[in-house]
Design a protein around this ligand. Structure first.
Ligand code: COI
Length: 356
């Protein structure tokens, strides 16, 4: 498959402007990758072209019934000047998992990864060099058939856009405060909680807004059936470190299978820590916070990296974890993970792929 290149001349290309710091997801690079799908041709018209708005029919399926999936990964500028991707093949595989669940066509994972690397290479000057910053990569697919009946679209757009980013939370690597909601739920068994689809995020907004009004950065979701079991946080998976056990909720179908989550489990196990993927009740967490058995709590995600949680609010009370400070395990995981991503440390797990 050929990718048509329609690139801006050098004098029309913009430069990464770091004045005023790097926000998350507001600046976009000069070019994007795009391909189209229809039932007769399959995926076709693969191209890298200038970043620009997409023109869609107002009846396009995605506007009405939200048939859309996405991914998030990053390109890192290494200490040796090489650009690294972190486990991008896992994002490609998850995209196809999401596509299946949302009745969308699968992508050729190898080909799309090659297209992604070509795009990042073209935009390599946009990869910020400061540690902690990165080029965020957002692949997205949506149904575009103009039809108001409820059925899988017969036409799709897939694109990849790039955004140089700094920290996702204003707190950076400092502990955040989280609000445990038992009023709203994110995902129910049999639903699409383990799929990276826009609707999950739309459905989360009201709880996040209410939490933000009360001074909390994110929401911790409980299971939809009993509202007892911890699931995940708005944009990350969650871990609890008890005296001798690192616990994260098991992937029961309502939780996003995070790639950072998977990597943290692997690192911690390789250090000899006992890691349990199991159901964990909010009562166990609160009891641990009260007695001090809960040593640390942190979230994991591509955007959030490793994000320590210093305070949980539940049923009108605040519980402070590790005196509201970043704990040694979160720090060690952060340093190991970012060390591998920025090429400061060896990559014993084979997680890194280079661009080009
Ligand atoms: C990511 O961590 O890449 C995500 O997709 C979270 C995003 C919604 C900010």
């Amino acid at each position: 498959m050929e990718i048509r290149l329609d690139l801006l001349p050098a004098e029309k290309r913009r430069k990464l402007d770091l004045e005023g710091g790097l926000p998350f997801g507001r600046i976009f690079t000069d070019h994007m990758f795009l391909m189209l799908y229809d039932e007769a041709k399959g995926w076709h018209s693969h191209q890298i072209k200038p970043y620009e708005p997409i023109c869609l029919d107002p009846a396009a399926a995605v506007f009405h019934y939200s048939q859309t999936i996405f991914e998030g990964l990053k390109a890192y500028y290494g200490v040796d000047g090489r650009i690294r991707l972190f486990r991008p093949e896992r994002n490609m595989a998850r995209m196809n998992y999401s596509a299946r669940r949302m009745c969308m066509p699968s992508i050729d994972e190898g080909f799309v990864l090659k297209a992604l690397k070509t795009l990042v290479d073209i935009e390599k000057d946009w990869v910020p060099r400061e540690k902690g910053s990165a080029l965020y990569i957002r692949p997205l697919m949506m149904g575009t058939e103009a039809f108001l009946g409820v059925k899988p679209s017969s036409e799709y757009i897939f694109f990849i856009i790039l955004s140089p980013v700094g920290a996702y939370y204003k707190e950076g690597f400092n502990p955040i405060k989280i609000y445990v909601t038992d009023k709203y739920v994110r995902a129910a068994p049999g639903g699409v909680g383990d799929v990276k689809t826009g609707g999950n995020y739309a459905a989360s907004l009201m709880a996040s807004e209410e939490a933000a009004r009360l001074g909390y950065t994110q929401v911790l979701w409980l299971d939809a059936v009993e509202r007892r079991y911890v699931e995940e946080v708005g944009t990350m998976n969650i871990f609890f470190y008890f005296e001798e056990e690192l616990v994260t909720p098991a992937l029961t179908g309502t939780i996003l299978p995070g790639i950072t989550r998977e990597s943290v489990i692997q690192m911690a196990r390789s250090w000899g820590l006992k890691v349990s993927e199991r159901r964990i009740t909010i009562d166990e967490v609160i009891e641990g916070a009260k007695t001090g058995r809960l040593k640390e709590c942190f979230g994991t995600g591509t955007a959030a990296v490793i994000s320590p949680v210093g305070c949980l609010a539940y049923k009108g009370k605040e519980y402070i974890i590790n005196e509201g400070k970043t704990g040694p395990l979160a720090k060690k995981l952060f340093e190991e993970l970012t060390g591998i991503q920025y090429g400061e440390k060896p990559d014993p797990y084979g997680w890194i792929q280079f661009v080009p």
